[in-house]
Ligand binder design. Sequence first.
Ligand SMILES: [Zn+2]
Length: 320
Amino acid sequence: MTFRTAVVSTALCLAVLAGGCGHIPMPSPDRPRGGRLMDDLRVLSADDMEGRLAGSRGSIRARAYILNRFKQEGLRPLPGGWLQTFEFSTRRAPDDVVRGTNIIGWVEGRRHPDQFIVVSAHYDHVGLRDGQIYNGADDNASGVAALFEIARRLRGHAPDHSVIFVAFDAEEAGLKGAEAFVKKPPAPLDQIVFNLNLDMVSRLDKGEIYAVGTYQYPELRSPLEQVAQGAKVTLRFGRDTPQDAERNHWVELSDQEPFYRAGVPFLFFSVDDHADYHEPTDDAERIPVSLFEAAVDLIARSFHAVDTMDLATLKTQSHR
Ligand SMILES: [Zn+2]
């Protein structure tokens, strides 16, 4: 146990003894706008999550909520358990060792139970800075809420492939959770045939969302185009070609990168940067609710399209 974790645990226990924060927060019964997705997003981006910095008290609270929701949606633990812990330090504070925790559950596939799709979203954000809470509603409470929705749709409709759902920790510290996962995967890496990663999927201020990865895996393009027909939001491709320079090249910018580097085909959904990106104003109130819901529907149907593909072959084919 790291020093930081010990301090946080003690603080939590004291708070629990004082009757302060022993409960897992639940969505309020009166819903101003939106359904289940927005309920989950609001809980994860509420002030009491304190910005969900890896190793923080808010992170522990978020973890309790996510684990509970995974169980509610019928996910089961893999032999390694629900939680995968790892230690990391950052360039900013190289001597400060932080413990991160990924949350992992799975559903067994019907046709290819020994081939795994990893559906992922990071739950950490940047915490508190100068007394302000960075709630990270879009980044990335939105992606985690979408994980629950994809899992919910699999209840009673088993997928073709086995599906591992993972809420990654410490993405903001430099993809630390995803790196730890790929380094010590809960299923053999050669049986992990796909990564679908979600990071910032709610702020469709322009009504569009990007699917990144079709340059590397062109076979994904046509199934996605079919899914996008008739969708209430616009699906855009790109941000993955040699012409997309630096911050416009998104392949390396989120948790799909360690998978891609390990030769696992990926698809990454995200919106464009917006004025509230990594600002304390990234709040639930700023989300265009019906566009967010439509985007998650598009993502869930994209998952289904990918699940029906021959992913073992896709993985063995050469890619760019
Ligand atoms: Zn993010």
